[in-house]
Ligand binder design. Sequence first.
Ligand SMILES: C[S@@+](CC[C@H](N)C(=O)[O-])C[C@H]1O[C@@H](n2cnc3c(N)ncnc32)[C@H](O)[C@@H]1O
Length: 414
Amino acid sequence: MAENPAYPVGLRLTGRRVVVVGGGQVAQRRLPALIAAGADIHLVSPEATPSVEAMADAGEITWHRRRYEDGDLAEAWYALIATSDTEANTAASAEAERHRVWCVRSDNADAATAWTPATGRSEGVTVAVLTTDAQGRDPRHTAAIRDAVVEGLRDGSLVAPHHRKRTPGVALVGGGPGDPDLITVRGRRLLAEADVVIADRLGPRDLLAELPPHVEVIDAAKIPYGRYMAQEAINHALIEHAKAGKSVVRLKGGDPFVFGRGMEEAQALVEAGIPYTVVPGISSSISVPGAAGIPVTHRGVAHEFTVVSGHVAPDDERSLVDWAALAKLRGTLVVLMGVDKIGKIADTLVAHGKPADTPVALVQEGTTAAQRRVDATLATVAETVRTHEVKPPAVIVIGEVVKVSDGSAPGGAE
Ligand SMILES: C[S@@+](CC[C@H](N)C(=O)[O-])C[C@H]1O[C@@H](n2cnc3c(N)ncnc32)[C@H](O)[C@@H]1O
């Protein structure tokens, strides 16, 4: 006879007694969700893994350091039986049956009265996956389905159109340095929910190709200025689309607040009464050196790193950077937007005392398929940029960390 399928249910365990018998790996995996559910958890076990022990030390569970005894389940609402002793498991599940306590058994799904589904969460929804019968139970299969559903909800590839939570107004989303995998989960979800995306030239442009056809994608660089400055025109476009009731994503390279003019856009939105949210992104200032094998700090080498914009030359009166002070720092200097001015920047640093043989690395189009790294010193960098035709976007790293490597193949530098 075919087995009846299990009946799925969500237990509300706040303050309710849950007994866990056995303090090994199974308990370690299951306990965090029981703790999160607010259960009054009693662990019965002579031993426990260090993680389970830490939960007891933190007062998250009550640990009875002994073997299971008949009567342990009497007051429980729910039990998890997971010792390595089949006899104890059988005795405990018999007691659970007697007291009508729903009981999960790690060693014998057939003998259990409840099964733990593979669960995951996304946006206020719990996804729980169960197989229909004990014979067909394959935890890897249910976990894989759970992962696919949760991942699909998070990245927007699985859209529940009638229930999708639209974020009104504008989301200023940091898209990371370029590799489409390096955007945050939240950023990707908001992108999938957007009606309009206004994107910069930098950042994960590959993601734009994945957007459904109804999404209007606008290249920020191509918004006509007319009577505005370029940035004002972008602000205007954000405001107008949001006012029209659209869900707007402003997709930026790296992090919106690292040389990203994110706060200018936020200010304009506030002024126009448009709600906005900011989603941080992985900044190129750290991730691009990292992708090229350069740590911006390293024990015994650099205890600080400074991120500087090189878009105006040191002798330009608009420059807000104290290059003389930077020349005296021992740590790492990360220069963004500095390819065109690197000759003047290097000369200024050397003139203020930074050794001319200080290592320099230029990482162009980091984290993308076109990534390249070119190494130089302060003395040679201007010439190197010319001969190797280094082009923006590039992150320039100045300091001894450039010489640090993981010890495998000689770095990827040209
Ligand atoms: C206007 S700034 C924006 C920085 C961005 N908000 C961030 O947090 O990474 C642009 C500069 O970032 C650097 N940059 C951004 N993405 C890059 C990448 N994938 N490879 C190399 N440099 C990058 C370059 O120096 C470029 O000129």
